[in-house]
Design a binder for this molecule. Sequence first.
Ligand code: PLP
Length: 632
Amino acid sequence: MKDQQSSSEAADLYGVSAWGQGLVHVLPNGDVALADPAENGATVPVSLPAILEGLNERGIATPILLRVQSFLEIGLRRLNDAFSNAIAATEYRGDYRGVFPIKVNQQAEVVGRLVQAGQPYHYGLEAGSKPELIVALAQPLAEQSLIICNGIKDDEFIRLAILSLKLGFRTVIVLESLKEFEIVKRVSDELGIKPLLGVRVKLTQVVTGKWASSSGDRSSFGIGADQIVTLVERMRETGFLDCLVLQHNHLGSQVPNVIDVRRTVTEACRFYSELRRLGVPLAFLDMGGGLGVDYTGEKRASDNSVNYTVDEYAAAIVETVGYAMDEAGHPHPTLVTESGRFVVALSSMLIFDVLDATLYGVPQRPDLTENEHHFLHDMVAIEEYVKPGRLQECFNDAVYYRDEIRALFRRGQMDITQLATAERCFLYILKRVQTVIRENGAGEALSEALEGFVDYYHCNFSLFQSLPDVWAIDQLHPVIPLQRLNEQPTRRAVLTDITCDSDGKIDSFILGDGIHKSLPVHDLEEDKPYHIGVFFVGAYQETLGDLHNLFGDANVVTISLTGEGGFTIEHETEGDTIAEVLSYVEYDPGDCLDAFRKTVERAVAKGTVNSAERRSLIAAYKDSLGGYTYFE
Ligand SMILES: *Cc1c(COP(=O)(O)O)cnc(C)c1O
């Protein structure tokens, strides 16, 4: 009989109550479930394994990127409510006009949904490139919504931005350099239309966190104090000063500490006040991105967590700006943020199945015969003193015998069958040691040594395609098995992906009591799927991914929760087929098929393949071309 655990024990083990944000739950039957939190008119939690079964019946296979429509709207609403509450609470005399930075999730469905749900807030878009501006100009934005253009801009980009003003779009070109102003001036003169301009100011304050280098003197973006005055004078001289309405400051993403927000806003306000004093008609203060997500649920200023809520973030900005403007005697600016991560991170999760496992730890004691080498008997005898207080000694002894036996094998004094038995004895002792540790705990050194002996669970996904930041910048996301949480997990595993790259693994996990190098998991059962979910992957992951080993996009499904414990599919995008992925790297799938056919034909001519084999060879090749790139 398996050891049971309650749903609240499971939630504690995996830290769900800390990071789940009211969206993720554990049901009494051991399933992980999704629900809208109370602020959204709480819905009955819907079991994720049941959702997966429903999708599977409709022919949608894992890996799946699952998006929940209402979760997308929750981020948007929390952000706008936070600012409107802070504005009301401090009697701030200005508005908030957020914009969504398209680069954070460019999917048409996501941008479209955010624009629609953002209408009441006059929510706008931030475009960091020409293609993103093209996207922004195709959206039904509300009347007062802003389009903020950042990044390096050429003639074409600037022309389109200026022309769009004629259509009623409020498109602001944020100047990144003096040179860019000269292009804007020339294009504007040509068109006979005055632009709406912003200036990206380089602050001297440095923020902490992973993106520290995006802030301070050495940031590659923005205009420093020395050049700003020159720019203002040049604009005055050429009659463009009236166009400069927005000051932009972006300090990088996922700012961990709210004190950094206050410090940088204070400095931004100094620039704003001084520019106003020089006669610049600034009316918008844009603090860029940086509003972080508490991925770990630890509520502290660390790389994957933040020590503030969205309400505290908004209050820090609104209060600081209000106070600084009152001091300086300027009207309160319209506040803008370009919060991307916060708005979309929660909305999607990656779900995949475990295909196989490599287990370290043998539960049954291996049978030894009399004439087995005495090292093997010595190793098994360790079992008699596997007790709290002697665990390190047991581990050391087991490693010693194992290494001696391996040396004998290398010298030809032991055969492969004996070596295999020895390795099993070693894993058996390890398992015994781990069992005692689970009940009694262990010292740090031993725990660390044993981290090297966790199981590998081989999973059906590509880290490089679906979780690029986990690979590139050690981003942490909550990861949890989606079923059987009513049973105590008996194993600890690292999750490996199906690329043949040794970097393709997840080996850092958020649990209730901190960050661990392995995930508690259950023994796999024959013919029963074991699914794992990686949560809060809606920001940045979807298009930063690459085609390592030619694994393509996963299936993407958007669902909405019906409220009564059911769900409906709103949108479905099939993942890449192998033929699609091949054509991305310039193979012609038709040519590949032709080449394969010719090879088969030659084999037929030689008589090594008959006509029935010919048919099945070609059919297998064709089926694969049209199939999913992942394990089916
Ligand atoms: C990436 C980026 C953002 C988004 O930042 P988040 O931290 O995701 O909110 C905003 N503005 C600019 C200029 C950016 O480059």
